[in-house]
Design a protein around this ligand. Structure first.
Ligand SMILES: C[S@@+](CC[C@H](N)C(=O)[O-])C[C@H]1O[C@@H](n2cnc3c(N)ncnc32)[C@H](O)[C@@H]1O
Length: 284
């Protein structure tokens, strides 16, 4: 039993079984033992993100930002991880926001996040709408009343508040969100839901094991996110695959990205290109 498991078990003994979102918040972000207190990225870590494909990914983000608004003041990278994307921006043109920090108020900004939304905690409902919780059986953490099975779906509560904060932070500009997810109706591809844990580049559905030591994610429900975005005032400019977004920058930009790193561009186009989406929201 690790320290975080003990802390979660103590809380369950005091409060009763926890909604999955409360468990996921502790597993990823607990002040003392949460997963993201460490550095999980890269070859020695548990997973790669596109942000590690430098310089090509940064150059792509910079070209996209330029096309969205050539006069933007800053690109603000929310949940920046190691912050590699900043290498593609001139001094003073890039800022990062970490968990627990507020998005800085800016007049004309491009907000940006890569793999942020999939790391925001979710609750899990069973087929009949029953909320699945996390309990302690005296030996280990267990699902209650049952583990996610056919018909299970995740619900992410924090998206609306995040999109609202982002909207309020800027006077005008765009928010570029890159992540893996499913579009309207596509959740049927994931009959037991999309919760997944990652440890040393291996995916597993054992999300309750070794809290704080493994990453936990769930795909983004893009249709739900777009509804919430429009509710808080954003206009949806585009929804494309990462591959589509790269291709839409045109042949000259693609040629310059290719010169910077042919293998990195191929990985973005063909490896991540179809499984990641790029959503652009506008505030006018
Ligand atoms: C999967 S990592 C992605 C990191 C980086 N964007 C990349 O592409 O490598 C998710 C990051 O989001 C951060 N995060 C989670 N919730 C956040 C929030 N509300 N505000 C800012 N960052 C947050 C986590 O601490 C973590 O560093």
């Amino acid at each position: 039993m690790n320290e975080l498991e003990r802390k979660i078990a103590d809380r369950i003994e005091r409060e009763g079984p926890l909604p999955f979102s409360a468990f996921m918040e502790m597993a990823l972000y607990d002040d003392e033992y949460g997963y993201y207190r460490g550095d999980p990225f890269g070859r020695e870590g548990d997973f790669f993100t596109a942000s590690q494909l430098q310089p090509v990914f940064g150059a792509y983000v910079a070209a996209l930002a330029q096309r969205l608004d050539a006069g933007f003041e800053k690109l603000i990278d929310i949940g920046a991880g190691r912050g590699e994307v900043g290498e593609a921006f001139a001094e003073g043109k890039y800022a990062s926001v970490r968990k627990g920090e507020k998005i800085p108020k800016t007049n004309r900004a491009i907000l940006f996040s890569n793999e942020l939304i999939d790391a925001l905690p979710v609750d899990v409902a069973g087929r009949d709408g029953e909320i699945l919780k996390v309990d302690w059986n005296g030996e280990r953490l267990v699902w209650q009343p049952h583990e996610p099975r056919e018909g299970a779906r995740e619900m992410r509560q924090g998206v609306r508040a995040h999109l609202e904060e982002a909207y309020e932070a800027i006077d005008q500009g765009s928010y570029v969100l890159i992540d893996y997810g499913y579009r309207e109706g596509e959740h049927l591809r994931f009959p037991t839901g999309t919760l997944m844990s990652y440890r040393r580049h291996t995916a597993s559905d054992e999300v309750l094991r070794e809290p704080g030591v493994r990453d936990i994610t769930a795909h983004v429900d893009w249709a739900a996110l777009l509804r919430e975005a429009q509710d808080v005032g954003w206009t949806v400019r585009s929804v494309e695959t990462l591959r589509g977004s790269l291709l839409s920058l045109g042949e000259d930009t693609l040629a310059s990205l290719n010169l910077l790193g042919e293998m990195q561009l191929r990985t973005l186009l063909f490896g991540l290109g179809e499984s990641f989406d790029v959503v652009v929201l506008d505030k006018k």
